[in-house]
Design a binder for this molecule. Structure first.
Ligand code: 13P
Length: 251
């Protein structure tokens, strides 16, 4: 059985004070939740104070990106071992905003992913099609290709440590969520691609999250789908009450 993972991607929001206050409030609100994993990914600048605010909590912390080298003259970057040393346990890799604004490619996704596995940081690898690609009927081609290239060289032994996030670009920050059926269709396809790469058993252990306008009012139906194992939540993870409701999805 795959344990659900509800992850909040804060993107570039909140001051340090807001980050800490939010984290303390969230930890209080979800203190009794045990049957699902909870993750928040603040800006890397706040990993330390946020981890500190969560010492007595099961809520976990992740970063939104890492560079693939362990160390070196790479001004402005942080590495996987650095993130791990601050207490981060996960890293979001290949988010569409990074692909769109920071020239992330499937090849650089792969390098970052390998660096995460080496540093025992769980990578959340994001894939998803644009509106144009969906309208051209290319969704499965695009997602299949992103997976094939992004996961190149990952062993079946490491597969259970992967998390995949399906985030259709047209659903991010637009209020247009994929219908549960449409998301499930792509999630089932992703599962079949993973089976092709890693074999049946490892593929069944990989969690596939849905992301794109996840809200308190659509999470229950999304989580009812067979291959949706959690959510990667942007906007609605910035408010403690709405994120709590998403964490407490019914099902
Ligand atoms: P929204 O939930 O704001 O649409 O963002 C989704 C996302 O990009 C999470 O990584």
């Amino acid at each position: 059985m795959r344990k659900a993972l509800i992850a909040g991607n804060w993107k570039m929001f909140k001051t340090e004070e807001e980050a800490v206050l939010f984290t303390e409030e969230l930890a209080r609100r979800v203190a009794d939740v045990q049957d699902r994993e909870i993750l928040i990914c603040p800006p890397s600048l706040y990993i330390y104070p946020v981890v500190h605010a969560l010492v007595d909590s099961s809520v976990m912390v992740g970063v939104q990106n890492i560079f693939w080298e362990d160390q070196g003259a790479f001004t402005g970057e942080i590495s996987a071992p650095m993130a791990r040393s601050t207490g981060a346990r996960f890293a979001v890799i290949g988010h569409s905003e990074r692909r769109q604004y920071f020239a992330e490619t499937d090849d650089t996704v792969n390098k970052r992913l390998m660096a995460c596995l080496k540093a025992s940081l769980t990578p959340i690898v994001c894939v998803g099609e644009s509106l144009e690609e969906r309208e051209a009927g290319r969704t499965l081609d695009v997602v299949g290709s992103q997976l094939g290239k992004g996961l190149k060289g990952v062993s079946a032994k490491d597969a259970p440590h992967l998390v995949i996030a399906y985030e259709p670009v047209w659903a991010i920050g637009t209020g247009k969520t994929a219908t549960p059926q449409l998301a499930q269709e792509v999630h089932a396809f992703i599962r079949s691609v993973l089976k092709g790469i890693f074999g049946e058993k490892p593929a069944l252990a990989i969690r596939i999250l849905y992301g794109g306008s996840v809200k308190p009012d659509n999470i229950d139906d999304l989580m009812a789908q067979a291959d949706i194992d959690g959510a990667l939540v942007g906007g609605a993870s910035l408010d403690a009450a709405s994120f709590e409701r998403i964490i407490r999805y019914k099902g």
